[in-house]
Design a protein around this ligand. Structure first.
Ligand code: 5GP
Length: 119
């Protein structure tokens, strides 16, 4: 899949569409999901133009990969999820149910989340 620079997260990264930002550094932006599925539902994404995990791990630098996962864990701590626990999901491609073709991690928590996948 080639990167579509008109996807909604690319527009958020360019500042063309607003978001409720919770974290930003030189490689990473994180903001609240517009359709929260849990009391805490934050999207954590690399600023680089990567479609999904496959693309990211092929083309991103080690610094970008480390930054994404360090930011994710820091955001979990900042939102007091480290004691109670949380879930991280990245939907990739058609079977993964990915809607927005810019890599993002869903950070979910704030309640018991139940089964990982509905039957
Ligand atoms: P996916 O299915 O691609 O893993 O998840 C895309 C997520 O992006 C969904 O949870 C959806 O609610 C969220 N989303 C879609 N459009 C927007 C938007 O304009 N702003 C924000 N903050 N979230 C969005």
């Amino acid at each position: 899949m080639s990167y579509d620079s008109n996807n909604i997260f690319a527009k958020i990264l360019r500042g063309e569409i607003p978001c409720k930002k919770v974290y930003e550094d030189s490689h990473v932006l994180a903001f609240h999901d517009i359709a929260q599925k849990a009391p805490v539902h934050i999207l954590v994404l690399p600023k680089g133009a990567y479609t999904d995990m496959d693309d990211f791990t092929k083309r991103a630098g080690a610094d970008e990969i480390a930054a994404l996962f360090r930011a994710l864990v820091q955001i979990a701590r900042d939102n007091k999820l480290d004691q109670s626990g949380y879930r991280v999901i990245s939907n990739c491609g058609i079977n993964g149910g990915q809607e927005v073709p810019h890599l993002h991690l869903h950070l979910l928590g704030g309640k018991t989340l139940g089964r990982m996948i509905s039957a």
